[in-house]
Design a protein around this ligand. Structure first.
Ligand code: NAG
Ligand code: NAG
Ligand code: NAG
Ligand code: NAG
Ligand code: NAG
Ligand code: NAG
Ligand code: CU
Length: 386
């Protein structure tokens, strides 16, 4: 199934979604939160059964498996260590080809540039989920191998805070949080086309309550070297803003998007998708786009959103939802693919298969194929979400 138009991409459609039989263990309490937690538990049970059946010398077993956790449950020491490692990636030198990204300065920019470079293929397409899974895995590897981080990439558990997302623990002030909204600067809604995506094709977002620089938390006044792209205002000779001067990290929270897409109800509908095509068609209508739209500022930019370090907790959550959905029926779902290879199928492209190449530059580990990413406990991967 293809994402057919931008209303779909931006979560403006309400779809009726086919559902699968659910692991309903408690019919008395069927609140959306309970239903979600039941699905998370079924996923854990199923994956742990597979891991336990593996020999203890297998590459991935119940002892070696890495566990990605919610930011909420990390200790202060663990949070500080994660932030230290991220700041380290914002200090180490960039390795990217400077003719491609002249403004890149630090290692974190390599990730942002990579995402910008693949946005038109790895979003609103069948490549979205596998490409971001590999991208996240490479980022986690860099945090650990280049910056001595001892843990794994945490996730932003936004359903818990859907009524007031600004209260989420990730947005705390002080050295152990990512800080909150940008300072309030009145600004208009945005409506723009995407570079190199054949039009007419526009993406819109309603202005939020910030818009200016982030001035709290560990990334206050973080210098962003690449972009903005969309929303942005680049000249025709530099449509991706890879020659722009640095700007401050900005956010523009808009609670409306949290009310709609960052709820247990939205996550449950996604997890009840009957097959990959349904899941892939639902993630953006129901969940993913809303998280970026909630953030606004750099974290909303279709191309340079990894500029906001929150990006990686956002995509850890997306990968978690895919993992839970897969784990509810791992045997059937790990071979399922769908969608095509271009943004909203613009221009029209081939259907994805397990052989479809996911493009990553050599300085981020190089290309892999879709099949490589299909299970979080096979090939190079060995991680689960708790
Ligand atoms: C673990 O066991 C599962 C199910 O038997 C198998 O598919 C998987 O390849 C095994 N993984 C490793 C690393 O041996
Ligand atoms: C993406 O990177 C490749 C080289 O890896 C380059 O040839 C291409 O022009 C880049 N495209 C964009 C849009 O950045
Ligand atoms: C966005 O801009 C295009 C081109 O100017 C226009 O056709 C379209 O109606 C606008 N969409 C919204 C929602 O304002
Ligand atoms: C961030 O920049 C603002 C404006 O330049 C300044 O007032 C503030 O002290 C800076 N905050 C930090 C944490 O550097
Ligand atoms: C975009 O840039 C052009 C010139 O490069 C300027 O005239 C225009 O006001 C800018 N628009 C916005 C919304 O910043
Ligand atoms: C791509 O997939 C769609 C939907 O499953 C199907 O209708 C179409 O024929 C496929 N295209 C090709 C070229 O296989
Ligand atoms: Cu993305």
């Amino acid at each position: 199934m293809q994402v057919k138009n931008i209303a779909a991409t931006l979560g403006l459609l309400c779809l009726s979604v086919p559902s699968v039989a659910l692991p309903q263990t408690n019919v008395r309490d069927s609140s959306p939160e309970t239903l979600f937690n039941d699905m998370q538990k079924s996923y854990e049970t199923n994956i742990n059964k597979i891991l336990s059946s593996n020999a203890s010398d297998a590459a991935c077993n119940k002892h070696s498996v890495r566990v990605r956790r919610s930011w909420d449950v990390l200790s202060r020491t663990e949070r500080l260590d994660y932030i230290r490692a991220v700041q380290c990636l914002h200090k180490l030198p960039s390795k990217v080809d400077k003719t491609l990204a002249p403004s890149a300065r630090v290692r974190a920019d390599d990730f942002t540039y990579q995402h910008m470079n693949q946005t038109n293929f790895a979003h609103a397409s069948g490549i979205f989920l596998p490409w971001h899974r590999q991208f996240m895995w490479v980022y986690e590897k860099s945090l650990r191998e280049e910056c001595g981080y001892k843990g794994y990439v945490p996730y932003w558990d936004w359903m818990k805070y859907s009524d007031d997302q600004s209260k989420a623990s990730i947005f705390e002030d002080g050295p152990a949080g990512f800080g909150g909204n940008g300072i309030a600067i009145p600004h208009p809604d945005t409506n723009q086309s995407l570079p190199d995506v054949p039009g007419p094709f526009y993406i819109t977002r309603k202005a939020g309550t910030g818009g200016g620089c982030v001035t709290t938390g560990a990334f206050a006044n973080l210098s962003v070297n690449l972009g903005p792209v969309v929303p942005g205002n680049n000249s025709a000779d530099d449509p991706y803003g890879v020659k722009n001067p640095p700007h401050c990290l900005s956010r523009d929270f808009n609670q409306e998007y949290s009310n709609t897409g960052l709820t247990y109800t939205a996550a449950n509908t996604l997890l009840q998708s009957a097959d990959y095509s349904a899941f892939f068609g639902n993630y953006d209508h129901l969940v993913h786009g809303f998280a970026h739209q909630y953030l606004g500022g750099d974290g909303y930019d279709f191309y340079s959103s990894p500029s906001d370090p929150i990006f990686f907790l956002l995509h850890s959550q997306i990968d978690r939802l895919w993992s839970i959905w897969q784990g509810l029926d791992q045997d059937a779902r790990k071979s399922q693919v769908g969608g095509t290879e271009t943004f909203a199928n613009r221009p029209p492209s081939a259907n994805t298969t397990l052989d479809t190449i996911l493009r990553l530059t050599e300085i981020l580990g190089g290309d892999v194929n879709f099949g490589h990413t299909i299970s979080t406990i096979e090939n190079d991967y060995c991680y689960i979400y708790a």
